[in-house]
Write a protein that binds this ligand. Sequence first.
Ligand SMILES: NC(=O)c1ccc[n+]([C@@H]2O[C@H](COP(=O)([O-])OP(=O)(O)OC[C@H]3O[C@@H](n4cnc5c(N)ncnc54)[C@H](O)[C@@H]3O)[C@@H](O)[C@H]2O)c1
Ligand SMILES: CC(C)(O)[C@@H](O)C(=O)O
Ligand SMILES: [Mg+2]
Ligand SMILES: [Mg+2]
Length: 348
Amino acid sequence: MAKLNFGGVEEEVVTREEFPLEQARELLSTETIAVIGYGVQGPGQSLNMRDNGFNVIVGQRKGGKSWDKAVADGWVPGETLFELEEALSKGTIICYLLSDAAQIELWPTVKANLIAGKSLYFSHGFGITYKDQTGIIPPADIDVYLVAPKGSGTSLRRMFVEGKGLNSSFAVFQDATGKAREKCIAMGIGVGSGYLFETDFYREVTSDLTGERGTLMGAIQGIFAAQYEVLRSNGHTPSEAFNETVEELTQSLMPLVSENGMDWMYANCSTTAQRGALDWWKPFRDATKPVFEKLYNSVKSGEQASISITRNSQPDYRVKLEEELAELRESEMWQAGSTVRGLRPERN
Ligand SMILES: NC(=O)c1ccc[n+]([C@@H]2O[C@H](COP(=O)([O-])OP(=O)(O)OC[C@H]3O[C@@H](n4cnc5c(N)ncnc54)[C@H](O)[C@@H]3O)[C@@H](O)[C@H]2O)c1
Ligand SMILES: CC(C)(O)[C@@H](O)C(=O)O
Ligand SMILES: [Mg+2]
Ligand SMILES: [Mg+2]
C-alpha cells in the first residue's frame, strides 16, 4: 500500500506500480473467473480481464440480447460462454454482476454452487449490506470481497482500450482462505482499475447510492433542467440555453477541470466569469446541501435500497424505465442536445 496525501489526509491506496499486472495474473493463475451477467459491468470487466490474460468465462441467460452481445464480443458458447448454472459450477471466483435486484432472485442458485474455498465477488456493497432485504448471506467457508469501479462499465472498457484506468474501491467482507485481500486487489488490477482505495461494504454502498443520486446523475440533471427552464422562460433560444447549460460544460470546461482542477478551469475563463462563479458557488452549495443531507439519510435508513429493490423487481420494470428515459430523451432540452451533438464538426 502506498501512503499518499489526499488534501491533507493520509490514505493508504494501491497503485499499479506496487501491484503490477504480472503479480495479479500469477496470483490468480489457477482460478477460473466466472463473470455472471453480461449487462454493463459484465462486458467491461470480463473483456478487460480476458485481454489482461486471466482465465475468464461468462455466465448469462441464453437467448437474450446480452447473450448475443457476449457472442459478438468473442465469447464462445460451450467454451467460454455458459448458461448461468454451468458457469456458477465451473467458476472458482464468482463475479456476481447481475443487477442488484436480480441478484436476489438468483441467490439460491448461486449459494448452492459456493463450495468451500471459492470466492464471491461483487461490484457493489448492496446485496451484503441490505441482507435483511436481499437475503444474500454467504456461507462462512468462502471469501467474499468487492471491487467497485467508480464509473460505468462502458467507460471501464473504453478507458482500458485507450490505455487509461478507471479508479475502483475494494473491500473484503469475509476472509475464509487467508488470501481474500490479495485476491481482491488482484481482481481490481485485472479489471483495469487506475488506483484502488479501500472501503467496506457499508461505506461503498452508502457513498455509491449517494453519488449516483447526487452530483453524478440526479443532481446534475436537476441543475441542468432548472437553468435551462429559466433561460427559456426568459426568451433565450434552445440553442443558446443548451450551449450555455450543457454543451459548454461537457465540451469545454469539464475537460479542463478533469485535467487540472476547478481553480485552473476558473483561471482559464474571463475575470468577469471568475468573479461571478466565485460569488455564486457558495449560495448553490448552501441551497443544495439540505437536499444532499436528506438524500444521505434516505440511503442510510435503507429506504433507497428498498425503493430500488421494489421498483426493479417488478415484471414490467424495463417498460416503465424506458418510459421514464423517453421522458428525458424527448424533453426539449435533450432534443436540442441531439441537434447540437449532430452539429459537432467531428461528427461529419
Ligand atoms: N452499470 C455500471 O456501470 C455499474 C458500475 C459500478 C457497479 N455496478 C454494479 O455492478 C453490478 C452489475 O450491474 P450492471 O449495471 O452491470 O447490471 P445490469 O442491470 O446491466 O444487469 C446485468 C445482467 O443481469 C441479467 N439479468 C437481469 N435480470 C436477471 C434475472 N432475473 N436472472 C438472471 N439474469 C438477469 C441481464 O441479462 C444482464 O445481462 C451491480 O451490483 C451494480 O450495482 C454497476
Ligand atoms: C456508474 C455508477 C453510477 O457509478 C454506478 O454506481 C452504477 O450504479 O451504475
Ligand atoms: Mg451504483
Ligand atoms: Mg458508482
